[in-house]
Ligand binder design. Structure first.
Ligand code: SAM
Length: 417
């Protein structure tokens, strides 16, 4: 099914979407499986508040476009059926042409008996209905707007606050660009919007509503006065936003920067809001693997650019043997680069563990994710932690790692406690 809308965003699956979808595709099945184990009939609800048309436009005429978040949810629903989980998907979309496309895409892809609802309109207006459909079942909400998302009050009181005894997680794609562009109207770095009077005020008020007040204005302007670049100033606003939601809704957050290119400043922050203490560990696994996929994409793109430049130098002639040699070589290079990175992470995690064991005898893994992983959070994962732990056990710094049981539930003990 093709996307008919002419919006550039859906015309090609962008690098940004690879990481975003890589995380969603890996984490949603974990959430559904874990929370569905105690839910009646294994029922879990996925709410996609800004669903889009369901599928991207194909890269080539006649091809099949990459799946958007709704199709990834359908894939997840099919997968978790095997573990007796029933993922009920609720999609909200404001653009009528996307709604039509979404319905068609879902009719084609959803398996027999899969429960799903498409609610056309503004997510703020349809939230009550979505929550009624959810009842007291576990809920995973994905909020992926182009700009600002649900007003703060709705996020804190209706979504995250729907009951502390109920299982709820929200994955928000926080658009840094809209904060720094609209923040730029305050500092004078951005030109005043053309058009009717009041557009500037309306844009600023939208950010106020999303961030829960005008506190962010001074935070952004102070950062800019201190010569902090606009994207970093927006990240500071994002950090405080997480703290505020954490305090007001009583939940934790895990933030992943989303970049267009490895050397660029992030354009988005993917933020998971959670209550269960297993969430950061599981989410980190998903993020680490999605980041590895994303690095692979960049290597492939760089290689593609090199090969194209090479072909141009030879006047369009294919080099029958050379290219395959370059590919082989690059594959080896890629593996070498990954191994180097992974070794650095293991070193860093080992250093963090060493420092933690000076302060405490016992380190519960799931409660010490930041302390254990430090700067490698979102990059390193279980297998790197395992290696660091084994290394320190060999050095008699830590007790040996139990060979049974999930790492998530384990505690690391200082040797000779
Ligand atoms: C970034 S796109 C979503 C992409 C989709 N989540 C995916 O990964 O394939 C944002 C979508 O939200 C829709 N939208 C914008 N504001 C909305 C609102 N207030 N309520 C519901 N949908 C909205 C837009 O029409 C657009 O299709």
């Amino acid at each position: 099914m093709l996307v008919t809308a002419n919006d550039k965003f859906f015309q090609k699956k962008q690098a940004l979407a690879v990481l975003k979808h890589g995380i969603l595709r890996r984490y949603l099945p974990i959430y559904a499986t874990m929370t569905g184990s105690t839910s009646e009939s294994g029922r879990v609800v996925y709410l996609d508040g800004y669903a889009g048309p369901g599928r991207y436009e194909p890269e080539e005429p006649g091809g099949v476009g990459a799946p958007g978040s709704p199709l990834l949810a359908v894939e997840t629903a099919k997968r978790v059926q095997g573990w007796k989980r029933d993922l009920h998907c609720v999609f909200v979309e404001r653009d009528p042409s996307y709604v039509g496309n979404l319905r068609a895409v879902l009719a084609e892809a959803a398996p027999e008996g899969m429960r799903y609802d498409v609610l056309p309109g503004d997510v703020k207006d349809r939230l009550g209905e979505a929550l009624d459909l959810t009842g007291d079942r576990p809920l995973f909400a994905f909020l992926d707007p182009f700009g600002t998302a649900l007003p703060y009050q709705d996020m804190v009181e209706r979504l995250l606050g729907r009951g502390t005894a109920l299982k709820t997680e929200v994955l928000l794609n926080f658009n840094l660009g809209s904060v720094w562009r609209i923040g730029g109207l305050l500092t004078g770095d951005e030109a005043e919007p053309n058009g009717e009077n009041g557009r500037r005020e309306a844009a600023i008020s939208r950010v106020d509503a999303f961030l829960g007040g005008d506190w962010w204005r001074e935070r952004f302007m102070a950062a800019r006065r201190g010569e902090v670049v606009a994207s970093r100033a927006a990240q500071e606003v994002g950090r405080e936003f997480c703290q505020r939601i954490g305090n007001d809704a009583g939940c934790g957050s895990f933030t992943v920067p989303i970049r267009r290119h490895p050397n660029h400043e992030p354009l988005f922050l993917m933020i998971l809001f959670f209550r269960h203490d297993a969430a950061p560990y599981q989410f980190n696994e998903a993020v680490s693997m999605a980041n590895a996929e994303w690095r692979g994409l960049w290597r492939a793109r760089d290689l593609d650019a090199d090969l194209r430049a090479d072909r141009e130098r030879r006047g369009g002639q294919e080099d029958l043997f050379g290219n395959s040699l370059i590919m082989d070589y690059s594959e080896q290079e890629a593996q070498r680069a990954e191994t180097l990175l992974e070794n650095q992470w293991i070193e860093e995690v080992a250093e963090n563990l060493r420092a933690l064991t000076i302060q405490q005898v016992a380190i519960k893994i799931r409660e010490n994710m930041s302390g254990i992983f430090g700067r490698t959070l979102g990059m390193a994962r279980e297998r790197h932690l395992r290696k660091a732990w084994d290394q320190l056990a060999e050095e008699d710094v830590l007790d040996a790692r139990p060979k049974k049981g999930k790492m998530l539930w384990q505690t690391i003990y200082r040797r000779g406690r």
